[in-house]
Design a protein. Structure first.
Length: 347
């Protein structure tokens, strides 16, 4: 087979076109959120209502992201199917409720600074307790079944049931009302649109966590090891790093983030139950699958899509809202079978 002439550059345009197509493909998922927002505006046909629903959807998406981001890293790095992740969500919510109860004088005060001074300690303690529970959960339940997916599903479901029963023992079987701090109640009125103050706080906290995770994963040595471990854990271990410690640290951080999400979700719903973690896990798994295993960016976009779609469809057709998120997952997987931004191939 003869080589092409030295001056023949007919192959070059094909390479450039393939490269351009790949770049456009990488940017395409970023357009889904604004595209969905535009479709929502056209369908709702009322700008004030659309603003209210969009703010609610973004807040809901941010809270789901907090709960799902740790799980997607555990999936990607550790290859662990953790159906017990909802336990840490419930633990965070109940611990946060307890701390806020001790600080009721601050939460009932008409001072935004005192309210935040009560909210952030509740979040911090919830994350610490959920992270500690994650450490025990990983050592006792997850570690013995690494690489055995069926057993992982069974034992982590069992761990979730045990945690739910312990919550019933300590906090009782009844649903508990969780009041928001005084200055975070009510709404901010923008024109004819009313946006709940708490939802604005949820959006800010969710964005802050996402930015921090991006900085840690992309700008630090620990983040480099985590990303390398997701792609090729054996190589990381061959270079002399103790991958098991990295696994444990990621599991603890993921559990702590679930605890943070539990506090935020409990204040969002204003009611917490022992089974709240297992109930929200359907949305969490949908977000992880849509985003792609191991991808924080994909998880973030998937959470926003689920939050916006749930609020838009619930307003337009409440009955359809029950299946809208599953339909979204099916559509995304038909387009990108590995998710929006998969870091690892499905296993």
């Amino acid at each position: 087979m003869s080589n092409p002439p030295a001056g023949d550059t007919s192959i070059a345009p094909k390479i450039e076109q393939a490269s351009l197509a790949e770049r456009l493909g990488n940017w395409a998922p970023l357009l889904l959120v604004p595209a969905l927002a535009i479709v929502g505006l056209v369908a709702i046909a009322n700008p004030a209502t659309w603003i209210t629903l969009t703010a609610a959807g973004l807040a809901m998406g941010m809270m789901i992201f907090l709960m799902a981001s740790g799980l997607t890293l555990v999936f990607g790095l550790m290859d662990v199917i953790n159906f017990g992740h909802g336990a840490f969500i419930a633990i965070g919510a109940f611990v946060g409720f307890t701390v806020l109860g001790y600080l009721s004088g601050w939460t009932d005060a008409a001072s935004v600074w005192l309210n935040l001074a009560a909210l952030f300690p509740a979040i911090l303690v919830a994350m610490l307790v959920a992270g500690g529970a994650g450490y025990v959960f990983e050592r006792l339940i997850v570690k013995p079944v690494y690489g055995q997916h069926l057993k992982q599903i069974l034992v982590t479901m069992g761990g979730l049931i045990i945690v739910q029963q312990l919550i019933l023992v300590f906090w009782g079987p009844d649903a508990i009302h969780l009041s928001r701090p005084q200055t975070l109640r009510g709404s901010v009125v923008i024109g004819e649109a009313a946006i709940e103050k708490y939802r604005l706080v949820a959006v800010v906290i969710g964005l802050a966590v996402f930015v921090c995770m991006r900085l840690v994963l992309n700008r630090t040595k620990i983040g480099l090891l985590v990303r390398a471990g997701v792609e090729n854990g054996e190589m990381v271990e061959a270079l002399g790093y103790r991958i098991q410690r990295l696994f444990l640290a990621v599991f603890i951080v993921g559990s702590a983030l679930a605890g943070l999400g539990g506090v935020m979700w409990g204040l969002y719903q204003e009611t917490i139950t022992a089974h709240m973690g297992s109930e929200i896990m359907v949305l969490v798994f949908i977000v992880v699958i849509i985003g792609g295993l191991g991808s924080v960016e994909g998880c973030f976009i998937g959470a926003l899509l689920v939050g916006l779609l749930s609020n838009y469809v619930a307003f337009l057709s409440p009955k359809v809202a029950l299946v809208s998120t599953i339909a979204l997952m099916v559509i995304v997987l038909m387009w990108r079978p590995q998710g929006l931004y998969p870091v690892v191939k499905a296993k």
